[in-house]
Every structure is written in C-alpha cells, then in structure tokens.
Design a protein around this ligand. Structure first.
Ligand SMILES: [Zn+2]
Length: 114
C-alpha cells in the first residue's frame, strides 16, 4: 500500500522535533532564549516582547515538510491515530493542520480565477 510505503520513508527520515523554531505566542517572533525548565519542560523567554512560555505551548510547531508529509499520509487513507503512531505527532496537531489546509483550499477556490 502506498500509505505504508510513505510511512516507512518517514520513519527512516530524521523527523525532528529539534528543527522546531520556538515561536512566541504573543508576537510570533522566533527569537526566543532558553529560560530554565519547569515541570520537565524547557522554558523560553521571548527576546522581542519578554513573554515567557513553555516548549509545548505550540504543539503544531513542526517544519513545513513534516506537516506536508502528515497531510499526504492522511490523503493516502491513513487515520489520524495511525499517523500519530508513525510520526509521534499528536493526532490533534495533525487535525489542526488538516483544518488549516482546508481553509486554505477554501480561500483559493473563493478567489476569482483569472
Ligand atoms: Zn514575543
């Protein structure tokens, strides 16, 4: 099955939470400095606005490639739970991307074609 082949490729490729740029929830700057740990999670402090936030504040902060792969897996018929098992990305995160993608598609189809 195509979906399974894709999933294997993903498992072999370095997926990669370390690629994530921590983005400030307030000003969306990625200029965040590590600021100690709290409850076993890395804390960050935004250099732009000074807002402090935890690593997991934006769980959908994965690279665009990872996002595209998850969306492709879903288009190939994998359920969100299956994608979660393969990629270790939470299914609600993938669901968030799906909604994002759908609204993008809606925007495109609503814009005048010329
Ligand atoms: Zn900020």
């Amino acid at each position: 099955m195509f979906a399974v082949v894709n999933a294997e490729k993903i498992m072999l490729s370095p997926i990669i939470k370390s690629e994530i740029d921590m983005q400030c929830p307030r000003c969306h700057s990625t200029q965040a400095a590590k600021n100690g740990r709290r409850q076993n999670r890395q804390c960050y402090k935004c250099k732009q606005c000074g807002r402090q936030f935890l690593e997991s504040y934006k769980p959908w902060c994965y690279s665009n490639d990872i996002k595209q792969l998850c969306l492709k897996m879903h288009l190939n018929g994998m359920s969100l739970r299956e994608i979660e098992r393969v990629t270790e990305i939470h299914h609600t995160t993938v669901l968030h991307w799906l909604r994002q993608a759908q609204s993008t598609i809606n925007n495109i189809s609503q814009s005048p074609k010329n």
